[in-house]
Write a protein that binds this ligand. Structure first.
Ligand code: GLY
Length: 356
């Protein structure tokens, strides 16, 4: 298993990079895992990819497809196409494709090479980097998997222009998170870009933000690949965010991962202020910004009870305690902060007041 950091390239000429890749590995050794949306929106960026139909496995789009049945279908496909130890898998898509494709490659013949080509902002700044691979199992998210690094990550920021607004803003939330845990300078630049800049008109600046976001993620994983210490700080906003996302999914209310995490950050900033004295002014300013960008979520009384139940199932907890990431200051994050049911209720009481 390869556990070192992968080569990560932010590229400008996609067609040329893929051509180089097809020269490096022979065509019959390359396999593509992708999904139906990427076929429609991104395949035409490279002739080589369009022409490799027989070695391409297409998933249906969506998180529910990151499952054992599809993993097994990918293994069968690789066997049928005579993939071997010298083969390389290109995971061309968002987080789902990179996760399941990376896991398929890591387990096929005890591990073959894979390259991530992330197409969403969420995967370019988070999912495709850091070596997390896996699938959901029964109702548990990312329950089965392995940390194994791709050979290379090719990031082509122009793919972001193929996203709808919901997906784009879902990705922005991970950039905002990187700002909160790394420092005010990056955070304020990200907020300013989201609120005032036009992505199409300013792709150069956007490219720079992606690059810095990737470097922030790499900084937090470099000494803690297996998630026992500072890598946990990358979960800022996710303790509440995951619970909100699960509640919305279970009650058929649509929410993107990033929007749930963005709101999760408001709750975790509230508790940061209460417990670690995070600046009240910054907390209120940043919460208002998040609400301005992502809108306000409404919660009924029973939702809060359900969220508390869901949070006690969060995978970051041990011994029935809820542990979360809190900030002393923007850029000074701490992990393993214990929070109680009462803390959660108080943070919801505060959140409800924000709408008034
Ligand atoms: N998405 C958080 C991590 O890679 O650790």
């Amino acid at each position: 298993m390869q556990t070192n950091e992968s080569k990560i390239n932010i590229i400008e000429d996609f067609e040329k990079e893929i051509k180089n890749l097809f020269e490096k590995y022979s065509k019959s050794k390359i396999f593509i895992i992708s999904d139906e949306n990427i076929v429609k929106n991104c395949f035409h960026f490279s002739h080589e990819i369009v022409n490799l139909k027989e070695n391409t496995f297409i998933l249906n789009a969506g998180e529910s497809n990151k499952n054992l049945d599809n993993l097994s279908s990918i293994w069968e496909f690789l066997i049928k196409r005579k993939a071997d130890k010298k083969s390389v898998i290109l995971n061309f898509g968002g987080g789902v494709v990179c996760d399941i494709g990376g896991f398929a490659a890591s387990t096929f013949k005890r591990g073959i090479k894979f390259i991530n080509i992330p197409t969403t902002l969420l995967s370019q700044t988070d999912a495709a980097i850091g070596g997390k691979t896996g699938i959901n199992f029964n109702s548990y998210k990312n329950e089965i998997g392995i940390i194994n690094f791709p050979e290379q990550v090719l990031i082509f920021p122009e793919f972001i222009q193929t996203l709808d607004n919901e997906e784009l803003f879902s990705g922005y939330a991970e950039m905002i998170k990187h700002g909160f845990i790394s420092g005010k300078e990056f955070l304020d630049e990200v907020f300013a870009f989201i609120e005032t800049e036009n992505l199409q008109a300013n792709i150069g600046k956007f490219r720079n933000l992606i690059e810095r976001s990737v470097n922030i993620k790499l900084h937090f994983i470099k000494n803690d690949i297996f998630d026992s210490g500072e890598r946990k700080l990358l979960n800022f906003g996710h303790t509440f965010g995951h619970a909100i996302e699960s509640l919305f999914n279970e009650t058929n209310r649509k929410i993107t991962h990033g929007k749930a995490v963005a709101h999760g950050m408001i709750f975790e900033l509230f508790l940061s202020n209460q417990k670690l004295n995070y600046s009240l002014k910054d907390f209120l300013d940043y919460s208002q910004k998040i609400i301005r960008i992502y809108g306000f979520l409404s919660f009924k009384k029973e939702d809060i009870k359900n969220i508390i139940d869901l949070m006690f199932h969060d995978k970051k907890n041990s011994d029935d305690k809820i542990l979360t990431i809190l900030l002393k200051e923007t850029g000074i994050a701490t992990f393993d902060n214990e929070i109680s049911k009462k803390d959660i209720e108080e943070s919801f009481n505060f959140y409800m007041q924000l709408s008034k």
